[in-house]
Design a binder for this molecule. Structure first.
Ligand SMILES: O=P(O)(O)OC[C@H]1O[C@H](OP(=O)(O)OP(=O)(O)O)[C@H](O)[C@@H]1O
Ligand SMILES: O=c1cc[nH]c(=O)[nH]1
Length: 179
């Protein structure tokens, strides 16, 4: 196995601030917008973006939820092991709101497709947008694209992008792993 650094801590930090600023440009004071981090790994990115918005840009109305998509995936019956769901926490209404899904990597688009189904149980948003740190180019199985992207990368099929977060993995970084 070999691995190559795609983004280091400083680069991740710059991108997170840019993404936060792009959100502010589009969503003003966030009175009509909610953020939803996708379980399991999108929640680290979602927490970071929310923290930057609150602490660095003094946005007061940030509503952040966590959405589990385990049983909404199109492959959920195909695994050999019993599935373990993660927590969903959405303590606000999504009805008529602009929902911004946040995930670390966009690859085939199947996780986002599952999230689009899962969120329906909570109401009917006015609009749903997608923010992703890494957009794997040319690898979509579904017509799903990000509205906000940190970095677009070309990755061949036997390679994987791994996003690390200080609070979970010991460092902020993005690696390209060749298995
Ligand atoms: O666009 P997709 O093809 O759905 O891939 C993107 C998803 O993959 C990763 O999750 P995870 O590692 O749980 O999924 P994986 O096992 O499919 O890599 C990542 O956190 C995204 O949620
Ligand atoms: O490269 C990839 C593809 C899907 N999910 C990841 O986390 N990385």
């Amino acid at each position: 196995m070999s691995q190559k650094v795609l983004l280091n801590e400083k680069e991740v930090n710059i991108i997170l601030h840019r993404l936060a600023c792009q959100l502010i440009e589009k969503h003003n004071d966030f009175s009509n917008t909610v953020l939803i981090g996708l379980q399991p790994r999108g929640i680290f990115l979602a927490n970071r973006i929310a923290k930057i918005l609150r602490e660095d840009y003094k946005v007061k109305n940030i509503q952040l939820g966590l959405l589990d998509i385990t049983f909404f995936r199109d492959d959920f019956r195909r695994g050999e092991k019993p599935l373990e769901a993660n927590t969903t926490v959405i303590n606000f209404l999504v009805e008529d709101k602009t929902v911004v899904f946040i995930d670390d990597v966009l690859y085939t688009g199947r996780s986002i497709r599952a999230a689009l189904t899962a969120i329906q149980s909570f109401g009917r948003p006015n609009e749903i947008q997608l923010l992703t740190l890494i957009d794997r180019r040319f690898s979509r199985h579904l017509p799903i694209q990000p509205d906000y992207r940190g970095r677009q990368v070309d990755v061949i099929n036997n390679e994987k992008v791994k996003v690390n977060w200080k609070e979970n993995d010991g460092e902020d970084s993005v690696y390209l792993i060749n298995k």
